[in-house]
Ligand binder design. Structure first.
Ligand code: KG4
Ligand code: ZN
Length: 337
């Protein structure tokens, strides 16, 4: 069976084709991605209406590219999967609309996928795929959660953020430092030259004893420091503040992941979502987990941020387990929240 997957929840248009064996790991046949980052950069963030329009422009050329790379045609596709939410309503409508329309024209079923389940299962696209059960640290631009994952579809939230997501903390702090959108990778780059000890920043809820998070206070503390530095901070001061911000976010993510692992007694951690691409986070998680005999799995770097492969993969893993709610016909619904 072959699954074609569409991702269009935010500012990346992703399309991918996956081969689903009756047993064993599904295999990525081809994927194509178009990032809108350059387009939104001028506005300092994602402009929803521009995002929707660009998804419309990109989605069919990307689909043709994927089919060509796999030397297949639409007639070879058995199921069409799409991101149902969460995300921007107009952006979601493009991927969902195209998926449902193609499926109706071909007489094939569709499968709606939860964007976060896509992130969560993206490490299964790696050669070194994890095994169930595991603790998952899901860190994206919109979400920060620790979960116990026993199987596909069996998810227990152990803790989550009570305000901003980790990616949001990176992005908002980066904006305060005058860095372009999306700030996370830019802040990480600037932090390489900085000394994290030069600024003292808060680690909210670090000692709450629960795997929960709060990042809003950190953003406020960064703002206070930026104001204190005045109109023209030196390059070194900006790098130091970037390093201190990253250190604060990473320390909290590492400590809370260890807490969730301890509470569940599990010995496997899966990290997914855009912030999972952060090098400092990976280094510190690897070091802390190695000491405790815990295996850590990440998606490939290119699959940390939004992509079509993770959506097709989540659909494939559901279908293999008889968990997919296949739909036929032309009606559909997106779930922005
Ligand atoms: O998962 P994702 O692509 O989109 C959402 O579903 O939100 O995550 C995007 C987030 C952004 O906040 C971005 O700044 C952050 O991931 N990010 C990073 C890095 N790469 C992406 N944050 C820190 N360090 C990075 N290297
Ligand atoms: Zn995402």
């Amino acid at each position: 069976m072959k699954v074609l997957g569409f991702e269009s929840s935010c500012d990346e248009t992703g399309v991918a084709l996956i081969e689903v064996p009756a047993a064993g790991t599904p295999r990525l046949l081809a994927q194509a991605l178009h990032s809108q980052i350059a387009m939104h950069q001028a506005y300092g963030g994602v402009v929803p209406e521009l995002a929707s329009r660009d998804h419309i422009r990109r989605v069919l050329p990307l689909t043709r590219e994927v089919l060509r790379d796999a030397s297949l045609s639409l007639a070879d596709v058995d199921v069409i999967a799409y991101t149902q939410g969460p995300g921007l309503a107009g952006a979601l409508l493009v991927g969902a609309g195209v998926a449902v329309a193609l499926a109706a024209a071909l007489g094939k079923p569709t499968l709606a996928v939860h964007h976060l389940e896509g992130h969560l299962l993206s490490p299964f696209l790696s050669a070194d795929a994890p095994e169930f059960p595991f603790v998952a640290l899901l860190v994206s631009g919109g979400h920060t959660q620790l979960m116990r994952v026993d199987e596909v579809g069996s998810y227990e939230i152990l803790g989550e953020t009570i305000d901003d997501a980790a990616g949001e903390a990176f992005d908002k702090s980066a904006k305060l430092l005058g860095l372009p959108y999306p700030g996370g990778p830019h802040l990480a780059q600037l932090a390489l030259q900085g000394n994290a000890a030069a600024f003292e920043l808060p680690r909210p809820l670090l000692h709450s004893g629960k795997p929960d998070f709060s990042f809003a206070g950190l953003k406020t503390a960064v703002l206070t420091q930026v104001k204190r530095l005045g109109e023209s901070p030196s390059d070194q001061q900006r790098a130091d503040l970037a390093a201190a911000t990253q250190a604060a976010i990473v320390e909290v993510l590492v400590k809370k992941s260890l807490l969730a692992l301890k509470q569940t007694g599990l010995k496997r951690l899966v990290v997914a979502g855009g912030v999972g691409a952060n090098r400092s986070l990976r280094e510190q998680l690897n070091a802390a987990c190695a000491k405790r005999g815990i295996r850590v799995h990440y998606p490939e770097l290119s699959l940390c941020t939004d992509n079509g492969a993770m959506i097709a993969m989540a659909a494939a893993m559901r279908l293999q387990r008889g968990l997919g709610q296949l739909q036929r016909g032309g009606s559909f619904e997106v779930r922005p929240r």
